[in-house]
Ligand binder design. Structure first.
Ligand SMILES: Cc1cc2nc3c(=O)[nH]c(=O)nc-3n(C[C@H](O)[C@H](O)[C@H](O)COP(=O)(O)OP(=O)(O)OC[C@H]3O[C@@H](n4cnc5c(N)ncnc54)[C@H](O)[C@@H]3O)c2cc1C
Length: 445
């Protein structure tokens, strides 16, 4: 038994933890074990990959094949997105979709059907999966794709590890000329301005905004939008960039060596940080060329940044509300959060595009993600926010959640019942794959 948690360090549990190197070894483990859950790289925030019996996938991490003409890659599910980037960016290929950290596994990317800054253009990760192999509860391996065993495919993408252990996946990388991003930064004085900015940035492949969730009144929703495109060789002006367009220099890696005390992170330190960050960006639009790590993964430059929240841990509240409810809904919810004074830095706003999905989180509309240090006050606030999110027709992201109840889940995920039934049928009365999350929201017993 050992202590283990996902990224928010909340909850921390004691569990039997083991890995596997081959499908055969995994089959033996599944035969012997009771209920289990796959654990990728623990970058979900709450309890999605936690339960008393955990199967680590990270050792199952081989690249299997690559077709240089089409960019089609097959790999085992424990491969990290960072490992794919390390090998393929120098050869001129990039991920079709990437979240705000590259330190997640391919299995975790499929199971949570992760989204990136290009959701409005390219959809979520699952949309790019050509096929995958999954080991089921009885040790059999099922190959699925949008055309082969499509029902199983549909419930495994975004299925949070509850249909089996994803072994391998095949998906297509996208061609790039350089490892750099042509970036524009736009400062928005309030919520209306940032929403206008999203509407007019639809042609950009990548767009996201950082929002000061502590600003109130006329400044409610003040933000900084970042939008970008993969830079062409011709767009690189810096001689160092031009010399090695696909091999940017490695940036500085910082480390948070210990958990911060609760004192270090309070309303005043967070407000000061947000104020400084916002004002660092001058009004107007600013253009620059930055390497892909700086654009997509600024937080990955700080190892263990989750320790800033101390031992009590933190949770992320990420919701989406439909576009029609967008302006009014976002204003009401954001006002409640700003009034509570409990939010922290790192609130991220994004406009999603259309999404066809069974259990995936995105829907056409606005999503906001905020980190909160764990506290009773925050938990009370979340209950209030749940009511608002659900009334506006929205929902919460399972990969970030650690506290939503079964009622909220059932109300806000239209396929909740169908998914519950599908898992029960796959399990045939003997639940094999379950997590603290799946029990809490009533998907498994
Ligand atoms: C800094 C940061 C930024 C983030 N930004 C974004 C973002 O922009 N967009 C976004 O969508 N998400 C984002 N996330 C969340 C993250 O991308 C997801 O939680 C992702 O699922 C984590 O993958 P993981 O490999 O760490 O898996 P884990 O967190 O270990 O597991 C996540 C889920 O996947 C399942 N799983 C993992 N591997 C397998 C497998 N082989 N077979 C079956 N099931 C499996 C687990 O059981 C669990 O249900 C962010 C997280 C962090 C820490």
């Amino acid at each position: 038994m050992r202590k283990i948690s996902d990224w928010g360090n909340y909850p921390v549990i004691e569990a039997e933890v083991g890995g596997f190197d081959s499908a055969e070894q995994l089959r033996e483990k599944l035969e012997r074990a009771g209920p289990v859950i796959a654990f990728g790289n623990g970058r979900s925030y709450g309890d999605a990959s936690l339960q008393s019996n955990i199967l680590l996938t990270r050792r199952f991490n081989k690249l299997l094949s690559f077709d240089e003409t089409s960019g089609t890659l097959s790999c085992q599910s424990g491969v990290l997105l960072s490992e794919i980037l390390d090998v393929f960016v120098p050869r001129g290929w990039f991920l079709p979709v990437t979240p705000g950290t590259k330190l997640i596994t391919v299995g975790g990317a499929i199971a949570a059907d992760v989204h990136g800054k290009n959701h409005h253009v390219d959809g979520s990760f699952g949309k790019h999966i050509l096929s995958m192999d999954v080991m089921r509860n009885d040790g059999s391996v099922i190959t699925s794709s949008p055309g082969e065993n499509p029902d199983f495919f549909k419930i495994t993408v975004g299925g949070m590890g509850l249909t089996g252990i994803i072994l391998n996946a095949t998906f297509r990388l996208k061609k790039i000329e350089t490892a750099y991003i042509r970036k524009e930064t736009v400062r928005a004085a309030n919520l209306d301005e940032i929403m206008d900015s999203f509407e007019t940035s639809n042609d950009w492949t990548y767009s996201v905004a950082w929002i000061d969730c502590l600003a109130k009144g006329k400044q409610l929703g003040r933000s900084i939008m970042m939008r970008g495109e993969h830079a062409t060789k011709a767009e690189l002006l810096n001689p160092t960039h031009k010399q090695a367009p696909l091999n940017p220099r490695k940036g500085l890696q910082l480390d948070i060596p210990i958990n911060f005390s609760n004192f270090a992170l309070n309303h005043w330190t967070m407000q000061a940080f947000n104020f400084a960050y916002y004002n660092k960006c001058r009004p107007g639009t600013h253009k620059s060329i930055v390497d892909y790590n700086a654009f997509f993964y600024p937080l990955d430059a700080i190892n263990n940044w989750n320790r800033i929240y101390g031992k009590r841990g933190f949770t992320q509240y990420q919701f989406v509300i439909p576009k029609a409810a967008g302006r009014e809904g976002m204003r009401t919810i954001l006002k409640r959060i700003a009034d509570s004074g409990l939010g922290s830095f790192l609130a991220v706003l994004k406009l999603f595009g259309e999404q066809e999905s069974f259990m995936s989180f995105p829907m056409a509309g606005y999503t906001l993600a905020l980190d909160f240090p764990v506290s009773l006050k925050a938990m009370d606030l979340f209950k209030e926010l749940d009511v608002m999110v659900s009334d506006y027709g929205g929902r919460l992201y399972l990969a970030k959640d650690s506290r939503m109840d079964a009622e909220m889940f059932s109300k806000t995920y239209p396929n909740a019942d169908k998914f519950r039934q599908a898992i029960a049928m796959l399990n045939d009365g003997d639940t094999k794959f379950s997590s603290l999350l799946s029990k809490r929201i009533g998907l498994t017993d």
